[in-house]
Design a protein around this ligand. Structure first.
Ligand SMILES: Nc1ncnc2c1ncn2[C@@H]1O[C@H](COP(=O)(O)OP(=O)(O)OP(=O)(O)O)[C@@H](O)[C@H]1O
Ligand SMILES: Cc1ncc(C[n+]2csc(CCOP(=O)(O)O)c2C)c(N)n1
Ligand SMILES: [Mg+2]
Ligand SMILES: [Mg+2]
Ligand SMILES: [Mg+2]
Length: 313
């Protein structure tokens, strides 16, 4: 790294900041939120060795950091506005790493129409640590919650499940990855921001830890259970080619950043219309059996998985 901490803030982060950030030269941002809206606040980290690999492209690390947070706003039905950023870098981290990281931020700021409010820059003697606190907004009372699913609700999921964890397996040399499809899916999730789901779904959550573990949160929050059909869980053609041996990994590996939605079966046409070009698949049904998730295979036999999803420890 060359220059001072403040040179780096001015060079790499100030160009990303909005007016409220006061050119990143004051103690905090001063911002007037959109009148009459409720703010929705979320934070997630990206830690080297835990959330990304040391050799991952820094622009992708930045974009996934934003997208993990955008996915939580999507799960709340909130429109994103901007974010606060923290970075802890090593003195020996190449300046090019920071430059590429900032380029990634700039790229996804344009993609998602968000802006930087400020942050904090520190050093570390260990792994690189970054976090984003994302700010979004909703019409009052319309946030989608993890509570509220009802017995008999259909369970839907967006996109495909399991590609990112297969990307991790590919990075470890455990699975082939022709065309780097899985690797790209690991590095760049597609958060489902902007879907007009308010009034259509009873409950929502995004899949960060793993489909089964995150579905379990919808269940416990409602005092309900669920039955899902493993064969209905949407998979990419690359995942299908990888075969059924990866089923448990796909359903519990996480990093999907897709949405699980619980809604009355009768809402399906309206839900499909709301999702537009985003793929939506019904995978099962909410039941009255408290916290009991049954995963059936194609012949109706329950599957038993060793774990439900990612846990830090
Ligand atoms: N250290 C913490 N301090 C305060 N609240 C926390 C802390 N860790 C988690 N939470 C809260 O617990 C809830 C669940 O957090 P969790 O991190 O599992 O959510 P998530 O971001 O949707 O999942 P993921 O972290 O896997 O993306 C959230 O409401 C979050 O704000
Ligand atoms: C190098 C590397 N190893 C493992 C994973 C998988 N992974 C890590 S944390 C997590 C859950 C979500 O994070 P959190 O709960 O902290 O928000 C997942 C699925 C990865 N992405 N990179
Ligand atoms: Mg979190
Ligand atoms: Mg979440
Ligand atoms: Mg999250």
């Amino acid at each position: 790294m060359s220059g001072s901490e403040f040179d780096r803030i001015a060079r790499y982060f100030a160009p990303l900041a909005n007016e409220a950030a006061l050119r990143l030269t004051d103690d905090a941002a001063v911002w007037s939120p959109p009148p009459g809206r409720q703010l929705v606040l979320t934070v997630d980290q990206m830690i080297e060795g835990i959330h990304f690999l040391p050799d991952d492209p820094p622009d992708c690390v930045a974009r996934k950091l934003l997208r993990r947070n955008l996915s939580d706003l999507a799960a709340m039905g909130a429109a994103p506005i901007g974010y606060l950023l923290t970075t802890a870098l090593r003195a020996a981290t190449p300046e090019a790493w920071l430059a590429d990281f900032a380029d990634g931020l700039a790229q996804d700021q344009r993609t998602y129409n968000i802006t930087l409010f400020g942050g904090d820059s520190t050093s570390t003697t260990g792994p690189i640590m970054t976090s984003v606190t994302m700010i979004g907004h909703v019409a009052p009372g319309t946030a989608l919650l993890r509570t509220g699913a009802r017995p008999g609700d259909a369970i839907f999921v967006t996109g495909t499940i399991g590609d990112a964890v297969l990307g991790l397996e590919a990075a470890r040399g455990n699975i082939a990855d022709p065309g780097s499809f899985f690797s790209t899916r690991r590095l760049l999730p597609e958060p489902r921001v902007g879907l007009p789901l308010a009034g259509l779904v009873h409950a929502a959550i995004d899949v960060s830890d793993g489909l089964i573990q995150d579905l379990a949160h919808l269940c416990t929050n409602a005092g309900l259970g669920a039955v899902i059909e493993a064969a209905l869980v949407p998979q990419s053609s690359a995942a299908r080619s990888a075969g059924d041996a990866w089923l448990e990994t796909r359903l519990t590996g996480g990093d999907d950043y897709e949405l699980i939605l619980a809604a009355p079966a009768t809402a399906e046409p309206a839900l499909r219309a709301a999702c537009g070009t985003v793929p939506l698949t019904r995978i099962g049904t909410m039941t009255a059996a408290h916290s009991n998730i049954i995963i059936n295979d194609a012949s109706g036999t329950p599957l038993h998985f060793a774990r439900q999803g990612w846990q830090h420890f």
